[in-house]
Ligand binder design. Sequence first.
Ligand SMILES: Cc1cc2nc3c(=O)[nH]c(=O)nc-3n(C[C@H](O)[C@H](O)[C@H](O)COP(=O)(O)O)c2cc1C
Length: 207
Amino acid sequence: MTKLWHIDSSVLGENSASRKLSAAIVARQQALNPGLEVEYLDLAANPVGHLSPAHIGALFGHPPEDAATLADIARGQGFIDTLFAADIIVIGVPMYNFGLPTQLKAWADRVLVAGKTFKYGPDGVPFGLIPAGKKVYIASTRGGLYGPGSPAAGLEHQESHLLALLGFIGLTDVTIFNADGLAIPDLKAQSIATAEAEIATLAFEPA
Ligand SMILES: Cc1cc2nc3c(=O)[nH]c(=O)nc-3n(C[C@H](O)[C@H](O)[C@H](O)COP(=O)(O)O)c2cc1C
């Protein structure tokens, strides 16, 4: 059975545009893949904390003794297991202060783990350990305009950062559905409608 992992990171709840678009991607995938198994992770409702010295110690053979850190490490391993098992990954990601929401960055800090999801070859060049063949769909939302040629393009550290993180662990088949200009009243509705129309054209691709 095809498995989809749906991750949201916006803190704007029902008012979130990225949540609306990521849900539309999932709904489209469900229509295309009857029987699709969907797992949902809401990083705002169930946040991941910052890495601590105890986490890093655990990576180097000093297992923590407190229950909270042990549970957190187990949750991080669960994220990696879910990533390996998923055929399709859908991520809702707003731009906050030119970059990723810290909620999503904290998730990435659990998922990019040397020896588990990437490693360095003998030549020192890193490569991802996530098996090929997975598809990633991103619902990206931003208040301003960051496309090529726009005056703020140089401040774009959200989609580019997420693409770098995913590519580093081997997730390179990535499609971005973007709604920019959501803080510009004349653009907002059209921008979301355009992204929704693009999502509606997604065609079936066997996992
Ligand atoms: C804390 C915060 C920081 C933001 N920072 C930026 C920013 O740096 N650039 C930008 O274009 N929009 C920024 N915005 C606007 C959001 O990107 C925009 O509202 C988008 O719709 C948020 O997606 P969401 O509705 O899914 O949360 C910010 C919004 C919030 C709440």
